[in-house]
Design a protein around this ligand. Sequence first.
Ligand SMILES: [Zn+2]
Length: 338
Amino acid sequence: MHCDALTDWATVVSIARRSTVIFNGVDLGPMWDFCVNALGRELGIPTVAGQSYDWLWDTEFYSNKPGARCQACKGSKSFEAWLNSYAVHFGAKEDRDRTAMLRRMFPSPSTTLAADAIAAFLRNDPNFRMDGPTLQAIIASALRDALTPPPPAGAGPGAGAGAAVGARAVSVPHHRRAAGAAAELTLDTAPAFFSSLHRRCLARMLPGAVSRQHDLRFIPRPHHVDTRFVGSWVCVCLAASVHMVSQWVAALFAEDNIRNDLQPPSSFTMILGQGKSGAEQGYHEELQFAKMGVLPVTELLKVPKTHYDDASDEFCGMCQAGAGRSIREVVPLPAVAP
Ligand SMILES: [Zn+2]
């Protein structure tokens, strides 16, 4: 079949429900990959991704079984840290790129933007290229969050001592949405807007929510160079495809106790032009640093966490949502006044 994977996401979901494995070779950026893995996690079927570039290819394999590591297991120390690791994709990370982005969005300090103007910016800006009806709803909610003052300290339903993280997610009644002056974003309120956008988008991309989306155009798809002229060629690309299938078959053999020695990696890079893997290259670089005294020799002895059946991270939002934890607990919405 042939379809637009973003606008026809519901079709992708219906095909995935009838499948035993998902092979993802679609180049729509890291947030697309996140959604595909969340879908695999929700449906309990393996996901295999592959890409090639120049004389290099890499593949990822996740069984999506309960307790096994997933694509979003990042070794985070808390849910907040895990959530923040995705902030950069949604303009919610404070850095030089965001300062430049806000300068594009607000050409003058007195610029104000209504919902339509915000949607046009997110549609056209190379950092985002987000669109669609779901995005419009998210913008309306994030604008409301940004323009509603947070509750005073010590007040409000989520402010009591010992309140759970998820209890900070306070919904605003519909009749308050249009209250006050015209709902326009300013340079001062933009950070709160992007923080809410980040949380509201990610909440729709997690297991339990992602399968209910009909249109994925709300995910950021940053512009990248046209790979037609700088990408890999057909043999490198085919090598990646064959390895994607090989990882899945190796896991089937291992799980059926046909070949207990097979343990496919969750992530594998092959540098064909040098005839070595990314892990070998990394080890070689660490060895050079150890020789220079920059890195302790003990670093060379550590066992990397790279196999598909390694345990999932304690603070991985995707694994936790996949295990049935409330998405509002994993991704709490911003606190706003009731
Ligand atoms: Zn995970």
